[in-house]
Design a protein around this ligand. Structure first.
Ligand code: ATP
Ligand code: MG
Length: 320
């Protein structure tokens, strides 16, 4: 359970936000001012059934209260901050090199690939890595693991944790696991409880394995495609807001579809432009004979087509 004692500013401390509105916000899963500040005026208007003017006033006051605004940097400060970013190691030298050192916070990393390409194994490894201390490649944080495909395996965590010298009695406490059964549960989880865990128990990594499964199951057929895409966009937008606002690591996995290109077909990540645009760094995982390959598909700083090789063993992912 989350720690209830930690001091925080109450919703009622926001000027213009009365008891009744606070009640409505809480019943929608909004528990803190920082969480409230992630919402748009339209969303608050809808949730609290208040007029647009009041909704934007409340948000403005909430953001002022937690001093959240757009920070302006000199390039010197910006570069320094980039340099000081704590990178999260994957525990695989070749993949870390591909990633320019490791995963950076406040970005969405997408790992797409066919079945057996290593997506879930990588997620397990990251769930262990994030807990390690800085000098071992981690960030000393906890993980919130959202499993939409039912493939999370405590046994794999045990093996990988042991390999990296992580105390098992701690590892089992530092991984929060949830298996939402449909899109609505997933959305509620991400906008509500997930944020509570990020705020209150030091969750530093969010994993969603996979981002697409529930949407594919729920919105079948062409006539639902537009709606499906809209809903995927919504969840990704939330993940982005959370990643940036709390400066944490976000990892999603994605399935592959076959797309026709003139005479042939190619395999591309599912979810179309929506996921392509939302992911900051996008990779394709492939299994060859005994060796796996990861390839950069789109990233603001890793060249497209750059690859790394890795293996999967009983102890997790390894360099080749
Ligand atoms: N304990 C283990 N020891 C060695 N290799 C393993 C072990 N567990 C899994 N693997 C390897 O990892 C591969 C599965 O990878 P993973 O489950 O990450 O695939 P995935 O990309 O998530 O696939 P899917 O799309 O079906 O979810 C297996 O094919 C197997 O080769
Ligand atoms: Mg999987």
């Amino acid at each position: 359970m989350v720690n209830e004692d930690k001091e925080k500013i109450d919703l009622e401390d926001v000027p213009g936000l009365g008891r009744i509105t606070a009640l409505k916000l809480r019943s929608a899963g909004i528990n803190s001012v920082k969480q409230l500040a992630l919402y748009t005026a339209e969303e608050i208007e809808e949730i609290a059934k208040i007029d647009p003017g009041r909704a934007s006033k409340i948000l403005k006051n909430a953001r002022a209260l937690i001093k959240s605004g757009t920070k302006i940097y000199t390039m010197e400060e910006f570069e320094k901050e980039q340099y000081n970013k704590a990178l999260l190691s994957t525990g695989v030298k070749s993949i870390d090199e591909l990633l320019n050192g490791g995963l950076e916070p406040a970005s969405i990393y997408e790992f797409a690939g066919e079945f057996g390409s290593g997506k879930t194994q990588l997620c397990h490894q990251l769930a262990v890595m994030v807990q390690l201390s800085k000098n071992k490649g981690g960030v000393g944080g906890k993980v919130f693991y959202i499993d939409t495909e039912g493939t999370f395996s405590p046994e794999r965590i045990h093996k990988i944790a042991t390999r990296f010298g992580l105390d098992l009695s701690l590892a089992v406490k530092n991984i929060y696991y949830a298996r939402p059964i449909n899109v609505e549960y997933l959305e509620d989880l991400v906008k509500g409880e997930l944020i509570r865990y990020v705020e209150e128990v030091d969750v530093k990594l969010i994993i969603i394995d996979s981002i697409i499964a529930l949407y594919r199951a729920e919105f079948k057929g062409r006539e639902f495609l537009a709606r499906r895409q809209q809903r995927i966009n919504y969840i990704l937008d939330w993940l982005k807001r959370i990643g940036k606002s709390y400066y944490i690591y976000v990892v999603i996995t994605n399935q592959i579809i076959t797309a026709p290109t003139g005479f042939a077909t190619i395999k591309i990540p599912a979810g179309g432009n929506i996921i392509a645009h939302a992911s900051t760094h996008r990779f394709l995982l492939k299994k060859a004979d005994k060796v796996w390959k990861i390839e950069s598909l789109d990233s603001p700083k890793i060249p497209k087509g750059k690859t790394a090789l890795f293996r999967i063993s009983d102890d997790g992912l390894l360099s080749v």
